[in-house]
Design a protein. Structure first.
Length: 150
């Protein structure tokens, strides 16, 4: 069996959008209705069915011995250029930074569960950074001065 990434002619570090674009371009060329080979189209569809699903891709990458979702670990936080990618639950395939942006309450709950305890230090760091950033954005109270109401 050939590598699924080779079938789609993409790097294992490719972003999901790149994989989708590669699949569509190859499907257009290889589809039997366009004069392509039906056997190659079947292989292409098998690769797409695995690599398009975040959970199946993570399992496939683990079997290959590659880091799970190496391409998805680029997060927005400058102090955490990678970030751990969750491979379970409703946010499978998301980095800790991405979850913190969208659902910080979930992370606070997660670090209290057995499966999330290993992420405690990273989650607390990310949530603290976000709290500091939010505090910096809040307007400062006006100083009582010459023009203050009395």
């Amino acid at each position: 069996m050939t590598d699924l990434y080779d079938r789609l002619q993409v790097s294992p570090r490719a972003e999901p959008d790149v994989i989708r674009a590669a699949y569509r371009a190859l499907a257009k060329r290889l589809h039997p209705d366009s004069g392509g080979d039906s056997g190659r189209m079947v292989e292409l569809n098998e690769a797409w069915s695995v690599l398009s699903d975040p959970i199946q891709r993570a399992v496939y990458d683990a079997k290959r011995g590659q880091p799970i979702f190496a391409s998805v670990t680029q997060a927005a936080s400058p102090s955490h250029p990678g970030g751990t990618v969750l491979d379970f639950g409703r946010y499978a395939g998301w980095t800790v930074d991405q979850v913190a942006d969208n659902d910080p309450d979930y992370l606070e709950w997660l670090i209290r569960t057995p499966i999330g305890r290993r992420l405690r230090a990273e989650v607390e760091t990310v949530l603290t950074e976000r709290a500091v950033a939010m505090a910096a954005l809040r307007p400062k109270p006006a100083k009582a001065g010459r023009f203050a109401r009395r």
